[in-house]
Design a protein around this ligand. Structure first.
Ligand SMILES: [Zn+2]
Length: 165
């Protein structure tokens, strides 16, 4: 069984179930049914406003935002969410240098919930560099469904990749 790189941190039985859905060609349809809301956050300016609004609501006291952009070269979702060690290092550097938030271009066309999830993730990094307990508490404080959304977002990336093959 191939390792599903976006799901590497999840138990074997979960991965086996996902392999099954892929083999049956059902993963995409399942996700499309559950997440049928697109979003209207198309430009970097709209993304900035979106992130700022979420920040104002939940993290008012944290550092001000710098640049907020979609980055088409950030295939990094791979790296970013592939392994937590990589991202905390990347995020750690980023925290030190600026409060810039880059969202991988793939989220421009992703369902609304996944954009929200990734923005919550990046906002939480304004306060917590590491993927530790405090980090995830902050994520679920902002978005109670965070863990489910992160899992489903990983399914979504897995689906996009199996499609592209
Ligand atoms: Zn992170």
């Amino acid at each position: 069984m191939n390792v599903l790189k976006y799901l590497a941190g999840y138990p074997a039985h979960v991965q086996a179930r996902v392999h099954e859905l892929i083999a049956q060609g059902r993963l995409g349809a399942m996700l499309a049914e559950k997440y049928d809301q697109p979003h209207a956050v198309r430009s970097d300016g709209q993304l900035y406003d979106y992130v700022q609004a979420l920040k104002d609501r939940h993290l008012k006291k944290s550092v001000p935002l710098g640049k907020v952009i979609y980055d088409a070269r950030l295939q990094v979702v791979k790296h970013a969410l592939g392994t937590h060690t990589t991202i905390s290092r990347v995020q750690g550097d980023r925290l030190k240098t600026s409060r810039e938030i880059r969202i991988a271009g793939v989220f421009r066309d992703a369902p609304a919930e996944f954009l929200r999830m990734i923005v919550v993730h990046e906002l939480a990094h304004l306060k917590e560099a590491e993927h530790n307990k405090a980090f995830y508490q902050l994520c679920t404080h902002i978005e109670p469904d965070y863990h489910q959304l992160e899992f489903d977002m990983r399914l979504y990336l897995t689906h996009l990749e199996t499609e592209a093959r």
